[in-house]
Design a protein around this ligand. Structure first.
Ligand SMILES: CCCC/C=C/CC(=O)SCCNC(=O)CCNC(=O)[C@H](O)C(C)(C)COP(=O)(O)OP(=O)(O)OC[C@H]1O[C@@H](n2cnc3c(N)ncnc32)[C@H](O)[C@@H]1OP(=O)(O)O
Length: 280
């Protein structure tokens, strides 16, 4: 991967710098002209979020914050999936400690992305169910390619999404639309997501999506970064405070629920259906 990334950069000229390949499942490239960092998830085939991807995402977000980038664009290295959400295989037939770790690291990624003062945007170049939608809605702006699906489908898995997990989603949708979508576990098409306000723009290619995200981040060029960042965090402070109060209990609740025979059974059937889908 390092080799192919370097080749890609050389072929493109030196307009962007690959800051890090220290982590295996994410890469960070900073555009020299704009100073904007693109954080790419690369866990084939569908960027399902195992603990390693969650840890790598946290490391990359910290790196982008520390290298004084002007903003962060989150995207995927794959052609039709942004992220399939949590890796269900990692949550199935496992012990409670592993479930606690999975959930803790999901929380850690969410708070790192939702709570950064940097401008953030998601170039959603494929499907974004569940944890994929969580990451996209933690960002301030979303641009999505056509004919994909995005949404929080936890209800379909027999899971009650906690409030913090819903907050990015409920921040951008009218309350009534959000309530109905969450209780149905609804997946929106790109067009429906755009009409509802879940995504801000539609782009016909990943490159165009990244460009539109960069234009959004560029719109803050003349705004004092400290004032911008603190204003953003004031808007998010209630969600963040509420999350901090319940984060430990939330891990315990998730581990208890996800390890219950009922939810394990639902997961087993869901995985079977996913595998069989490939055979049809
Ligand atoms: C139970 C506690 C949960 C609490 C809540 C947590 C939030 C979550 O994030 S739960 C995860 C929910 N995710 C989903 O429901 C998405 C499931 N996946 C899909 O709908 C589709 O895979 C896709 C729309 C993302 C992509 O479709 P596509 O046709 O391109 O690929 P597939 O053939 O379906 O999948 C390829 C390959 O990947 C495996 N896979 C897909 N999703 C997951 C996943 N979330 N975890 C682990 N593995 C996944 C799928 O089984 C295929 O594997 P094989 O090639 O080996 O068959």
């Amino acid at each position: 991967m390092l080799h192919s990334n370097l080749l890609r950069l050389v072929a493109r000229g030196s307009s962007s710098r690959l800051m890090s390949t220290a982590t295996k499942l994410t890469t960070v490239e900073v555009n020299d002209e704009t100073g904007i960092a693109t954080l790419t998830m690369n866990r084939p085939p569908v960027n399902s979020q195992n603990v390693q991807l969650l840890l790598d995402l946290q490391a990359s977000i910290s790196e982008i914050e520390n290298n004084k980038s002007r903003g962060l664009i989150l995207t995927s290295a794959h052609s039709n999936v942004f992220s399939a959400g949590l890796d269900i295989f990692e949550m199935y037939n496992t012990d409670v400690e592993r479930l606690r770790t999975v959930w803790t690291e999901l929380q850690n990624v969410w708070i790192a992305l939702y709570g950064t003062s940097l401008p953030t945007a998601a170039a959603i170049n494929g499907h974004a169910p569940a944890g994929g939608c969580l990451l996209a809605t933690a960002c301030e702006y979303r641009v999505m390619r056509p004919n994909f699906l995005i949404g929080l489908n936890e209800a379909q898995l027999g899971i009650i999404a906690p409030k913090w997990l819903m907050s990015g989603f409920t921040n951008v949708l009218p309350k009534r639309v959000a309530e109905r979508a969450l209780t149905q576990g609804r997946m929106f098409t790109t067009q429906e997501a755009f009409e509802a306000g879940l995504v801000d723009e539609i782009a016909s290619s990943k490159e165009e999506a990244v460009e539109k995200c960069a234009a959004f981040i560029g719109s803050f060029a003349k705004v004092n970064p400290l004032a911008r960042g603190l204003t953003k965090l004031q808007f998010r402070a209630d969600n963040i405070k509420e999350f901090e109060k319940i984060r430990e209990k939330d891990v315990a609740d998730f581990a208890a629920l996800a390890s219950s025979p009922e939810v394990q059974k639902v997961m087993g059937t869901y995985l079977e259906n996913l595998k069989n889908k490939g055979k049809k």
